[in-house]
Design a protein around this ligand. Structure first.
Ligand code: ZN
Length: 339
């Protein structure tokens, strides 16, 4: 069964509840054990189902009482080979998923009393690596929905080089626009339209091929797509999408009327990058886009976000701190492919 649908895996509704559910590493290990063996431990080597041996000092290891072989609860997860206590990892997953704006490495280091900034930074980046489903599907294409697509410049750090467009990066976004029942519309001004899922990716330039590559990786073929009238989008019809370009004529009001959701996403994204992370470098921007996407797409279901972060964590590779800085690690894009 999908880890998201597991009612036996508790989700804390508050910080107090979190503290009582996960007071120590043993409690975190018990949660991971429950996730792997919903019906109780069964040895993968000999099939023994009796209570395994547990070592207090190594809560991530279970030893079969029959064949004495060990089972690593952290094997294949982002926590594998980490010297950081499980409680710190669980706090990180909880804060990242339940706290609306997420958390910065500096804040995380302070709140958890970690000695090294690098530890906080590496934990958050490893969790970000777990935020992309390897089999992530495309958005849009459902009856009665359309997809807004647009691109924007995100300012990187200027590193004292003065104002201007230094280090700005182009980011493309696709937003699924859904229609709510008129009766319980939360946004009457938007005729009950609201944003469904999003996809965000860094793109090299505004050319037709860059934009089409992005759209192909993010949007279901045949979906209705609304864009502005930039010529880079001209090929979308030939690429198999229903394309509706809006003549914006450099008038922001027109753009806001026809592309309200994607503009809202860009505005929230920029505020978040600036406010929480004080700007990020190009090199790591995709990781932050992934985090923003992950939280946005699960904003109505924080408990699923927490579970899927721990659940997905067992299936994706994650970077080492060294790889992060050597430039050898490529953040997976929000479309799920490594680039
Ligand atoms: Zn065994």
């Amino acid at each position: 069964m999908d880890v998201l649908e597991r009612a036996d895996l508790a989700f804390p509704a508050s910080i107090r509840e979190f503290q009582s559910l996960f007071p120590d590493d043993a409690a975190c290990a018990a949660y991971l054990e429950q996730a792997q063996w919903p019906n109780g431990f069964a040895c993968r080597h000999c099939g023994e189902t009796g209570e395994p041996f547990r070592i207090t000092t190594r809560p991530g290891i279970l030893t079969c009482r029959a064949c004495r072989r060990q089972h690593g609860l952290l094997k294949g997860t982002v926590m594998e080979r980490s010297h950081t206590p499980l409680t710190v990892w669980f706090w990180a997953a909880y804060l990242v998923t339940s706290h609306t704006p997420g958390i910065s490495a500096v804040q995380f280091q302070r709140q958890l009393g970690l000695t090294r900034y690098e530890t906080a930074f590496a934990i958050l980046h490893k969790l970000r690596a777990a935020m992309v489903r390897p089999d992530q599907d495309t958005i849009g294409g459902l009856p009665g929905t359309h997809v807004e697509v647009d691109e924007t410049l995100i300012g990187g750090r200027t590193r004292g080089e003065g104002r201007g467009v230094h280090h700005k990066t182009l980011v493309a976004c696709a937003v699924e626009v859904r229609q709510q029942q008129k009766a319980n519309s939360a946004h009457p001004r938007r005729d009950g339209r609201y944003a469904g899922r999003i996809r965000l990716a860094q793109i090299p330039n505004r050319s037709g091929s860059s934009l089409e590559n992005f759209v192909r990786s993010a949007v279901t073929p045949g979906a209705m797509i609304v864009t502005d009238d930039w010529s880079g989008y001209n090929g979308l019809s030939d690429a198999g999408f229903k394309h509706s370009p809006i003549a914006v004529c450099n008038e922001p009001e027109i753009a806001d009327e026809f592309l309200p959701m994607v503009h809202l996403v860009f505005s929230n994204l920029k505020t978040w990058l600036k406010g929480i992370h004080h700007g990020v470098s190009d090199k790591h921007l995709q990781a932050y886009l992934n985090e923003f996407t992950f939280r946005f797409n699960r904003r109505f279901y924080p408990m699923n976000a927490f579970r899927s972060l721990l659940g997905i964590a067992s299936t994706v590779p994650s970077p080492t701190y060294k790889a992060l800085y050597s430039g050898n690690w490529h953040h997976p894009t929000s479309s799920g492919c490594m680039h």
